[in-house]
Design a protein around this ligand. Structure first.
Ligand code: ADP
Length: 535
């Protein structure tokens, strides 16, 4: 018989041992042995192994010697447990047939059982390993981050579906190979990680970058754990590559925003510094301007003082001249009256006209002197300030003017009181009312005197007429001394009335203005403070 040929076996003894061997042959547990059962001999046809063989169509006989006739029988196994039978078979069997008695068969049987048990154990171990592998695989595959397992040579031996999903490579493309996906600039930290793995050290959260199959670059946070074999020697490493591209983008955006903010703060600070500098400059400039203004003001005040002094001097001069002229004029006046009286009978009409002209000229001279003295006196008399009921004051003033029938002066009803020097108030309203009547060509001359409050502290009093009116271009002029818009032939006067009004108004800390149109009458407005305190 050659190696690999089938071993044809016959069993003597149809007990339980026989049945067990038949079972093993049919279960192909002895397939390694290439054994085939071709006959069973037993003196007891009811024995269970014997019947079992019959049921499976195996040749059976009561006499074991029948077995010798079987063609191609290679071995007889004796399982009767009887020495005598064993010896008998050993003696009578054909030479080419091998023989195994029940002692050797039991030994074989035990060895076979032990081996079977070992194989079963191995199988259980393998299954447990498979289960455990399956468990870890499930855990790894459930991990949402890409995971790759390397051997110690750095070759990929396992990648998770998440790895394929994120980086694009399939297990077929990678396993057993080194993964070439590190950008050049990310080698320093990658080399550091490789060194750690080779030294058997784990690490976590190392930030780096990796290419995907499509060529994109992802930011990743890498953690790795070493795994050991039974002898505690590192045999590989498990790497988790968390994709932190989005987080990096957010971080970068934050960084950018932070940077921009800093830049803006810097700009604003610089701007502020510039503005402060400008403000300081402006302040210095302003201080300088204020100083210049103060100097100008002082100069102006000095000039005003000078002017006032000059005015005073002039006024004194006018006063002296007027005063000194008063007596000679009075004398001329008187002498011309005497002459007219004495010569009344003998003078012809021409001479009388000369004398009248002389008298008129002297009267005008006297009026002028009076008005000049009046102007000089404005505010100089030591008249104390009084509380004046303006309504009563006006009534008395108008009565003293002895107005003719063609003149009507209307005053308001409810006049307030005012604090003022009565002389000044009289100078103001006597002149204004006189002018309102004088410069008036209407058949019925109408003058209205009224008032309105302008503020908490001031009243505005007005004198309105239906007279000849004034050109707006002359409003300023008429308040100056000797400024008249008409000749003496048209209207009597010295040109000093409104100058006196203006000066008296100023003395009462007030102001005067006019509104008028030629032919439509004029209104003179006088604004006066209610009191004269602390001015
Ligand atoms: P006078 O009355 O002596 O002429 P004023 O100083 O009082 O001098 O007036 C100056 C000039 O102002 C007057 O000559 C006149 O032309 C003009 N004027 C004054 N009051 C009026 C008025 N109510 N209507 C028109 N003109 C006036």
């Amino acid at each position: 018989m050659k190696q690999g040929d089938i071993l044809n076996v016959a069993i003597v003894g149809g007990g339980p041992g026989c049945k067990a061997i038949i079972d093993m042959i049919f279960a192909e547990k002895l397939s390694e042995l290439q054994m085939k059962l071709i006959g069973v001999a037993c003196t007891n046809p009811k024995a269970e192994g014997y019947r079992y063989a019959q049921e499976r169509g195996i040749y059976t006989t009561k006499d074991y010697r029948d077995l010798y006739k079987l063609e191609d029988l290679h071995m007889i196994i004796e399982l009767t447990d009887r020495e005598k039978v064993a010896n008998e078979i050993a003696r009578t069997k054909p030479d080419h047939v091998r023989f195994m008695d029940h002692v050797a068969a039991r030994l074989f049987w035990d060895i076979f059982r032990i081996e079977e048990e070992r194989i079963a154990q191995c199988k259980r171990g393998e299954e447990a390993l498979r289960d455990s592998e399956e468990r870890y695989r499930t855990v790894l595959e459930a991990c949402p981050d890409p995971v790759v397992v390397y051997d110690m040579k750095g070759k990929g031996i396992y990648i998770t579906p998440a790895f394929t999903e994120v980086f694009g490579w399939t297990p077929e493309e990678l396993l057993g190979k080194k993964i070439d996906y590190v950008p050049d600039e990310n080698w320093p930290e990658t080399q550091m990680m490789i060194n750690k793995v080779l030294a058997g050290e784990s690490f976590s959260g190392v930030e780096s970058r990796r290419y995907t199959k499509r060529g994109n670059i992802l930011d990743v946070s890498i953690s790795a754990a070493i795994y050991l074999n039974r002898d505690r020697i590192p045999v590989g490493s498990v790497h988790i590559l968390r994709d932190i591209t989005d987080r990096k983008l957010v971080e970068e955006a934050l960084q950018k925003a932070h940077h921009e903010l800093e830049q803006r703060v810097e700009e604003r600070t610089a701007e502020l510094a510039r503005t402060t500098k400008q403000l300081k400059l402006q302040l210095t400039e302003r201080k300088r301007a204020e100083e210049a203004l103060r100097v100008a003001h002082r100069n102006l005040a000095a000039k005003a003082d000078d002017l006032e002094a000059a005015n005073e001097e002039l006024s004194q001069y006018a006063y002296v001249v007027s005063h000194d002229l008063k007596a000679p004029l009075r004398a001329i006046h008187n002498y011309s009256d005497f002459l007219r009286e004495d010569l009344r009978a003998i003078l012809d009409s021409d001479r009388k006209a000369y004398l009248n002209g002389l008298s008129r000229a002297v009267r005008q001279g006297e009026e002028l002197v009076e008005d000049l003295l009046e102007l000089h006196r404005v505010g100089r008399r030591a008249v104390p300030t009084q509380t004046i009921d303006i309504g009563v004051f006006l009534k008395e003033l108008i009565a003293s003017l002895h107005l003719s029938a063609d003149v009507e002066v209307v005053t308001a009803n409810n006049w307030p009181t005012i604090e003022a020097e009565p002389t000044l108030l009289r100078q103001i309203f006597e002149n204004l009312i006189s002018n309102a009547i004088k410069f008036n060509g209407s058949a019925q001359k109408h003058v209205e005197v009224g008032w309105l409050p302008v503020s908490e502290e001031r009243y505005e009093l007005f004198v309105r007429d239906n007279g000849i009116g004034i050109e707006p271009s002359r409003y300023e002029q008429i308040f100056r001394v000797f400024q008249r818009l008409h000749t003496r032939n048209d209207y009597e006067g010295t040109g000093l009335g409104l100058a006196i009004v203006k000066k008296a108004t100023a003395k009462l800390h007030g102001s005067i203005r006019v509104e008028s149109k030629p032919g439509e009458g004029s209104t003179f407005f006088v604004v006066l403070p209610k009191t004269q305190e602390e001015r």
